[in-house]
Design a protein around this ligand. Sequence first.
Ligand SMILES: *Cc1c(COP(=O)(O)O)cnc(C)c1O
Length: 422
Amino acid sequence: MNYFKFNETLEKYSALAERKAAERFKMIDSITEYNQTKVLNAFIKNRVSEMHLGTSTGYGYGDIGRDTLDQVFADCMGAEDAIVRHSFASGTHTLTVALFGILRPGDKVLVLTGRPYDTIIGVFGFEGHVSGSLADFGVEYHQVELLPDSTPDLNAIRSELSWGNYKMAYIQRSRGYSLRPSLTIDKIEELCNAVREVSPNTVIMVDNCYGEFVETREPTEVGADIIAGSLIKNAGGGIAPTGGYIAGKAEYVEMCAGRMTAPGVGREVGASLGHNRELYMGLFAAPHVTGEALKTAVFASALLESVGYKVSPTCDEKRGDIIQSVILNTPEALIAFCRGMQSGAPVDSFVRPEPSPMPGYDDDVIMAAGAFTLGSSIELSADAPLRAPYAAWMQGGLNYHSAKTGVLLAVQSMIDQGALKI
Ligand SMILES: *Cc1c(COP(=O)(O)O)cnc(C)c1O
């Protein structure tokens, strides 16, 4: 029984794409296996038991499940310490807490990786006044542009840091919704070494969103002092319903904890409200689910390239995050792609995405997302501003088999709408 019907030529391209991706799939499997043992070991080492899966209310004093999860998570990131909380509202909120936790008025930050992710721009507050931004609190912002090939400019970074007296160097691992490549861990290590060489006291912070478990090491294992990310991306394994984490050197995590709740109170409070179990389960699933999302991205890359689209990264390129961009060239193709992908979602498959205005964007945006967790981008999803070159950024896939069907439906939809001939 074929539950889904695809164009015969598309079926052939699909088989071809899987063959082309086979080597990458093997590499992804071995990363997954390594990271899964890393996570399992952290659970065992910290003697996670049924009592940790319980709940607390009110102030949450002595919530042993919450406190143990912090240590398990730290071990998974190869970090000294971590705070993991459902009460972080988003990745942006988590990164904000880390930035405000460490920086003080008069401090200077240098961003090493060009213009940061959209929502972080308001946090720094360097593009026009934002009330309560770091700029508003007297933190000075500087940025080193990427080179023409979209890689970090190590020479400019070294020279800026050698005289600039910077409190923090900030690195964004993921490409976010830009067309630059994500940073590999080797590249992050190179950046960390460059910072240490010329400015040993500068705190190195990494926005680790979309990067967790993509490689066998995390930024905290190659020189980063502090990292932060969202739990509705890789690190929540598709099970965490919301939340974020901060991990790194104990002294900096402690500073962040003071900003997270109240100075002097820090991590001692914060009721887990029954979320401990989901956060543990999510972390346990995270290496595997990240592997499935990576396979989905590699498959989509191979398939869409073979039917004639420009893709980034290509199927055999090394990846530092789970994002796949596809340049679809026309608005018709882009809209058909998103509608097709939506039609293969386990939730809201019958919804028809429409391009519409979004706060913070000049162009209309179209999104395909049919997820168990609202806004989750570890579940298969795609979004795109309606502007040339009509690129879609897709990510996620809780399991490869279902997400592969979603990708095939997206391509079938372009064929059905006459936007693609194969
Ligand atoms: C997702 C993401 C964030 C945080 O975004 P939220 O939507 O607030 O979770 C920050 N930086 C990058 C690179 C991201 O991908």
